[in-house]
Write a protein of this length. Structure first.
Length: 235
């Protein structure tokens, strides 16, 4: 059954990255996991992508996916996103990188459920994994990976306010804006390391590792990052 998401009615990602898209149309020279997007581990964490089928979960304007598609020789990178605004931006910026880069307008859970055993690598950079019920998304990701496939994602180590991450599977309602500027909220899962580890284990992942990357810059937009890696169990 198709999932009903808020993005099907109101696109709460309409404003995200909009200014940058007007001034920076280049494929990024680097790929970072950290919240600062300025330093730290890069795509090596994904392993050798040559000839592999890769999926970006909540790709936004597809800047990370474009970097991988142009510099790491995958067979294909699917940049999956539910936001019409983000998909329009991604198509405008990087549509020319098809067929190696494929913009996939879809809720990630719907998409993953329709692609069993397809992907070698799935990843998310503060993407859909932060904003989707993890007890739905993580089993769907496991099923969409081939046995032995990798899931890698970066997620907040704590709330942007500095408050600690949740010790249980509990979301927060965080501020968001509709396309016309009205204030609303959206769900964000900011979970402690042991919570992600348990969820991944229950979803069918093994070799789970959580690396905490400290905030590297000062200011209101600084935050620590959890860089999570896991392998789909062989069946
Ligand atoms: C903070 S943005 C990050 C975008 C991109 N990864 C980046 O680093 O620029 C989060 C993105 O996740 C997408 N997203 C959230 N939940 C999703 C879902 N269930 N299915 C598809 N996309 C989703 C949003 O539409 C948004 O583009």
């Amino acid at each position: 059954m198709k999932r009903v998401t808020t993005t099907t009615t109101t696109d709460l990602w309409h404003h995200f990255g909009r200014t940058r898209a007007t001034i920076d149309r280049t494929v990024p020279a680097a790929f970072y996991w950290a919240w600062s997007q300025a330093s730290g581990p890069g795509p090596d964490v994904l392993g050798d992508l040559t000839g592999l089928c890769v999926g970006d979960l909540g790709a936004g304007a597809a800047r990370h996916a474009a970097h991988l598609a142009t510099r790491h020789q995958p067979a294909r990178v699917d940049a999956v996103d539910a936001s019409p605004a983000q998909n329009t931006m991604a198509t405008d910026l990087f549509g020319h990188l098809a067929p190696r880069l494929r913009i996939v307008p879809s809720d990630v859970v719907d998409h993953l459920r329709s692609m069993p055993g397809t992907y070698d690598v799935l990843y998310s950079v503060f993407g859909a994994i932060d904003f989707t019920e993890p007890r739905e998304l993580l089993p769907a990701a496991a099923a969409a990976l081939r046995p032995g496939g990798r899931l890698v994602f970066s997620t907040l180590a704590h709330y942007l306010s500095g408050a600690p991450a949740q010790p249980d599977v509990v979301h927060a309602d965080i501020p968001a804006k509709t396309p016309t500027g009205e204030t609303t909220t959206m769900r964000r899962w900011v979970l402690q390391e042991h919570v992600w580890t348990k969820l991944l284990d229950e979803a069918g992942f093994t070799d789970i590792d959580v690396d905490v990357l400290s905030a590297t810059t000062d200011g209101p937009r600084t935050a620590g990052t959890q860089l999570v890696t896991a392998v789909r169990q062989a069946t």
